[in-house]
Design a protein. Sequence first.
Length: 175
Amino acid sequence: MEGFVLQVSNLREAAKELKAGDRVLLTGYIYTARDEAHKRIFELLDKGQELPFPLRDAVIYYAGPTPTPPGKVVGSIGPTTSGRMDKFTPKLMDLGVVCTIGKGPRSREVIEAIVRNGGLYLCAVGGAGALAARCVRSCEEIAFFDLGCESVKKLYVEDFPLIVGIDSFGNSLFE
């Protein structure tokens, strides 16, 4: 895959150069969180309690991996529909999240938050979770263990193939 080879640690700076449709190979630590995990993160925020991971420059991948097969780092880990997290995303981006990863279009409010914060929305290929799992080098469950596959996990990904769905200027593949 030709495209931009990026480190999570430099993603906010790189966002200034990326355009909707650009292909990306992402390396670094990212966090999984889906619907229930987002609800719990917001409960912690409302109570002023410590979050399971720092939001500053964080990347959240909307995924819940399947059980890990023997000898593997993680099970299939494809993206879930991002729109279900749209009610949470603007505030999380305002608090420092630089990027979300998922599939499908985003709301006008999310696009505005991306622009306001110089962030990104990256798209993973739906239906290719087993292939995505090949890019995961480590997987550590860090919060909300009772949620099973929807618990928050800290992943280290290497050359994770993604497409810029919405760039930091608000351009979208979906419009």
